[in-house]
Design a protein around this ligand. Structure first.
Ligand SMILES: Nc1nc2[nH]c(O)nc2c(=O)[nH]1
Length: 455
């Protein structure tokens, strides 16, 4: 049987190069082997190839989600009118009751939801590990493998409880030695650095107000010794900046800079409250930002200075953040949210539809250190491709990129991850969609039952 797929007739947006209205993409195995204008050329293996009609479709690279907390699928709708600190202090205790079954169901639903909105690669930041409740990290890794999306789970951590001046209650934090040992074990067990990897681990202490200086320094040493990336939350709210100024006499970015935490191997979630000097440092060091516009709006955190970060040359990717701070947000929809929020802050030329698509694709790939593999449609890259059906209601917009970026998330005719079909005709193809949704609802009910006495 041929392992060739040929997409023809779509408006192909390569992102890093030309756009081809009525163009083609040829996929052989897990790689893109040809991209261009008009019908596909004669290729080896074309006989018996699967031919995918792209008429009325927009073909883009698969979207990259650079920040998430999958377990939060199980706690959506809580603390709905709260600041980040109020929201966290409401939810830390119920989250401390989760077990591997909750994480498995939440991850299955959360990743399925992401795939249905064009996501082919996702990170996750999991930072609460209640003792004796199963292997939570493995549970989400299994969910991603079952669905067939590329996964970058970040082994998160918190070691600064309230009694030591942190925000989280003492019962949800771990001790430093356990964190480092478990993080290293996760790298040993799961990390695959090879080209085309489906699974890479990152080291991810949670945030300046929930981890010690020691943990930040030791985490950076561990990550660099093992050649994996570093991730954390940073500069999300003015409350956080008040905290770092009071405790460390520095802005969040200055604080992390002083600990060796800026660099091309680091990406930071949110970065809403940046000073000009912070932006210059992020750009100079090649530090990435995971921009999560809906979550920042839901929590009233503010609007990130994305246009300025891009102008300075800093890597910026897109993220949905956890579903508890941005309920049921589709990654494709965050493209529109990013455009609209930049424009609400800085006028109609602040961010174009194509710039937002770049953030969602090659920008995310840069944040994850994978720009040689994913994020654009080029021969030799992995065949992670979203084929958006912009021929229905969206067809009233002439520019298909604008239809995606301004018209709301169109249905997916196809989503390929490494050449494998993960979504077909707007439904999950590798797992039963109804079952995945059912698992997500069951995870929610289970967490609420486990957490009854603290909610
Ligand atoms: N949006 C979020 N910000 C956070 N900061 C922190 O320490 N935890 C979180 C989180 O879960 N979501």
């Amino acid at each position: 049987m041929s392992d060739v797929k040929i997409i023809e007739g779509a408006h192909v947006v390569t992102v890093t190069g030309a756009e081809h209205p009525g163009g083609h993409i040829v996929v052989t195995g897990d790689r893109i082997t040809a991209v261009g204008a008009g019908p596909a050329p004669a290729v080896e293996g074309a006989e018996g190839a699967e031919r995918i009609d792209g008429t009325g479709c927009l073909a883009t690279p698969g979207l990259v989600n650079t920040h998430h907390h999958l377990y939060q699928w199980a706690s959506q709708g809580y603390a709905p009118d709260h600041t980040l600190f109020e929201w966290l202090t409401t939810l830390y205790r119920p989250w401390a009751k989760m077990d591997a079954e909750v994480v498995a169901g939440a991850a299955s639903a959360g990743l399925g939801w992401l795939a249905k909105s064009g996501c082919t690669t996702s990170t996750d930041h999991h930072y609460i590990f209640p003792k004796g409740r199963g292997d939570l990290f493995a549970a989400e890794i299994d969910a991603a493998a079952e669905l067939g999306v590329r996964f970058h789970p970040c082994r998160g951590s918190m070691d600064l409880g309230r009694s030591q001046g942190g925000l989280p209650p003492d019962e949800v934090v771990e001790d430093l030695d356990t964190i480092l040992a478990e993080t290293e074990a996760a790298i040993d067990r799961h990390h695959d650095a090879s080209f085309g990897s489906m699974l890479r681990i990152a080291v991810a202490p949670c945030s300046p107000f929930s981890v010690t200086k020691d943990l930040l320094v030791r985490s950076a040493e561990l990550a660099r010794a093992r050649g994996v990336r570093l991730h954390t939350h940073l500069a999300e709210t003015t409350d956080e900046e008040d905290y770092t100024r009071e405790h460390f006499g520095a802005t969040p970015v200055e604080y992390m800079d002083s600990l060796g935490w800026l660099g091309p191997d680091v990406w930071l979630a949110h970065c809403v409250h940046l000073h000009d000097s912070d932006i210059a440092r992020l750009a100079a060091t090649g530090t990435g930002t995971a921009h999560c516009p809906s979550s920042n709006a839901r929590l009233g955190s503010g609007i990130a200075r994305v246009a300025e970060l891009l102008a300075a040359g800093a890597p910026v990717g897109l993220g949905v953040d956890g579903a508890a701070s941005a309920e049921l947000v589709p990654l494709g929809g965050e493209i529109k949210q990013a455009v609209y929020m930049q424009r609400a802050r800085s006028g109609p030329r602040a961010l174009t539809a194509r710039q937002a698509l770049e953030i969602a694709t090659i920008g995310g790939a840069r944040c994850l250190g994978r720009e040689a593999e994913i994020g654009s449609l080029e021969p030799g890259k992995l065949a992670d491709i979203a084929l958006w059906d912009v021929g229905g209601f969206h067809a009233a917009i002439d520019d298909p990129v604008l239809a995606l970026a301004a018209g709301g998330t169109p249905p997916l005719r196809r989503l390929l991850v490494g050449g494998r079909t993960v979504v077909a005709d707007d439904a999950l193809a590798t797992v039963a969609q109804d079952e995945v949704a059912r698992r997500g609802a069951a995870a929610h009910r289970r967490l609420m039952t486990l957490a009854e006495e603290v909610l």
